[in-house]
Design a protein around this ligand. Structure first.
Ligand code: PEP
Ligand code: MG
Length: 592
């Protein structure tokens, strides 16, 4: 399958090809490990236009300004609806929901009253809008994590109103010239939802971090992107040749011919759409981790055999109420239809820890990672939500083409999994009694706690599958917060203690019918594929961008030698010894 960066190979050869000495490097944060080369296309949506000052004079007519504001608001609403539809078609229903929040902001009585008060006090409609949005934007900016990102939504709505009042056209991001590298101070959610991934070679923004909307979107669509480049980005001239080096976390301006070729070529990964086997014929499933419907296409395009982890919390985020059963059935069915021959593992809602959903009223806990997380919440405060999700999943299993597996997060005891299973059986009974169509999905759990790894034999007896979540398993085994860079060295799955927990899980499932997969980040590191195959993992699931490399590593693995490597790694006493063993691994899984 042709990759985006290669599509226009040979085209756009600049007539005045720069000398390599002209190449300039700007560093930022890589949103994806991809690279792409194209010409700079600036997006400057006039967020801070030159606005008329306070009206106030004798001829100031607040009534006319009020009317101008109301007309602008109506036009903005229509515009949002059109863009919502386009985003729904291009990226999916869940991404399109960003626009629902915008409609809500437009209709927010507090903001509207603020604008009208400013108009009454003598500010023309443009200034009134700008002033009325200032406070709420600052308020959101002062909040933590994802809530702070609502400030971007508010800016988006404000700028739309201003454009409408000033009669300015919005730059159509859905119609950028082929081969563009989009540059912007910031990209709001509705900007990114308009982008046509077939036309752009990548993007770079001056602001934003790894979890900004722009970065998340880049990952969703496997687009090369570097965010947080800073003011230096603004010095790049329109149409300049630009290389986005996501892996090197930099933007290269006027890249040399050699860099340009390398950055283009590195996209040319070989996609293997078929399932792969080790060199000696052991089938290993390589699946994708996804968090929203828009990521499913990228997973299919990158050759995923299925979905090994569908993080459903993203369906519940960025909205005021949970998705109802019907909406969930649609979303899960869409995922199943994308993999008619494959397996789709959907994880039930995993909130708590660092994932908060305001309308669920999560408690304020001193140690949220050790508190009400995952299944703990689903069994008690969110049990209704849990049953609705299970019902939707069973119904989707009946409707969708692929094979559904339902996965329970953060299990620490056999009792918890038994209680979850009782709920699941209860839901199946209800569906039977009602005569609602469904199919019974496979039912399994994540191994994310040392307790679950220790109890793997009993859990595997009761489950159809176990999937090892190494992000949390490492955090809890090493007592090292996965989000705290001060202990990042300890949050490392190379530690023999983590490897032994993995082995314990695999051995626990041996002799039962349960299969064992892995869906933590460790599964996406091709340098560890040989070790994981050696440890007995049958399914590896990771973000879509890593799939080609992992498949290629599987094909270069010999399972017998992998077994030897695993034995040595399990006997190691330190992380350094494990790393040395992998580095000395004879080049079996090393990239060529
Ligand atoms: C994990 O813990 O490894 C995992 C895959 O779950 P999450 O990263 O969503 O907590
Ligand atoms: Mg986890």
């Amino acid at each position: 399958m042709a990759e985006r960066g290669n599509e226009n190979e040979g085209e756009d050869e600049s007539e005045t090809e720069p000398e390599s000495g002209d190449e300039r490097e700007l560093s930022g944060v890589g949103a994806t490990p991809l690279s792409g080369v194209g010409f700079a296309t600036w997006y400057r949506p006039d967020a801070d236009p030159d606005l008329p000052e306070k009206g106030g004079g004798d001829d100031y007519d607040p009534e006319a300004e009020r009317e101008r504001f109301e007309n602008a608001r109506d036009r903005a609403r229509e515009e949002i609806e059109t863009e919502r539809e386009r985003a729904r078609e291009r990226v999916g229903e869940s991404e399109a929901e960003v626009f629902d929040a915008h409609v809500q902001f437009l209709a927010d009585p507090q903001i509207e009253d603020g604008v009208l008060e400013e108009i009454e006090s003598g500010y023309g409609a443009e200034r009134a809008v700008q002033r009325a949005f200032e406070g709420p934007i600052e308020q959101f900016e002062g909040m933590d994590g994802r809530t702070a990102e609502r400030a971007d939504d508010l800016r988006d709505v404000r700028d739309r109103l201003l454009r409408s009042l000033l009669g300015r056209e919005r730059v159509d991001l859905g119609d950028l010239p082929e081969g563009s590298v989009l540059l912007a101070e910031r990209l709001t959610p509705s900007d990114t939802a308009q982008l046509d991934p077939e036309a752009v070679r990548g993007f770079a923004t001056a602001t934003g971090g790894r979890t900004s909307h722009a970065a998340i979107f880049a990952r969703s669509l496997s687009l090369p992107a570097v965010v947080g480049v800073g003011d230096a980005l603004t010095e790049i001239e329109e149409s300049a040749e630009v290389a986005i080096d996501g892996e090197g976390e930099r933007v290269l301006v006027s890249p040399s011919a050699e860099t340009s070729e390398r950055m283009t070529r590195s996209e040319a990964v070989e996609i293997r759409p078929e399932p792969v086997m080790t060199a000696d014929g052991e089938a290993i499933e390589v699946a994708a981790n996804v968090g929203r419907p828009a990521e499913i296409n990228g997973a299919v395009e990158r050759g995923a055999d299925g979905i090994g982890l569908y993080r459903t919390e993203f369906l519940f985020l960025g909205r005021e109420t949970p998705p109802d059963e019907g909406e969930q059935v649609e979303v899960y069915t869409e995922a199943l239809d994308a993999f008619p021959e494959g397996q789709v593992v959907v994880r039930t809602l995993d909130v708590g820890g660092d994932k908060a959903i305001p309308y669920l009223g999560l408690p304020d806990e001193e140690n949220p990672f050790l508190g009400e997380r995952g299944i703990r919440r689903s069994l008690d405060p969110d049990s209704e939500l849990f049953c609705t999700q299970l019902r939707a999943l069973c119904r989707a299993a009946g409707e969708g083409a692929g094979e559904l597996c339902v996965m329970i997060p953060l299990v620490a005891s056999v009792e918890e999994f038994e209680r979850a299973t009782e709920r699941f059986e209860g839901v199946l009974r209800d569906l039977d009694e009602e005569g609602t169509a469904y199919d019974r999905p496979a039912f399994g759990l994540m191994i994310e706690t040392p307790a679950a790894a220790a109890m793997a034999p009993a859990l595997a007896e009761r489950a159809d599958f176990l999937s090892i979540g190494t992000n949390d398993l490492t955090q809890y085994t090493m007592a090292a917060d996965r989000g705290n860079e001060r202990v990042a060295g300890l949050h490392d799955p190379h530690y023999p203690a983590v490897l032994r927990a993995i082995r314990r899980t695999v051995e626990g499932a041996a002799g039962t019918d349960a299969w064992v997969g892995m869906c933590g980040e460790m599964a996406g590191d091709p340098d560890l594929t040989e070790l994981l195959v050696g440890l007995g993992i049958e399914e590896l699931s990771a973000s879509a961008v890593t799939i080609p490399d992992v498949k290629s590593a599987v094909e270069r693995t010999n399972s017998e030698r992998a077994g030897d490597l695993a034995e040595q790694a399990l006997a190691a006493e330190t992380k350094a010894e494990v790393i040395d063993l992998i580095d000395a691994g004879g080049g079996v899984t090393r990239r060529p």
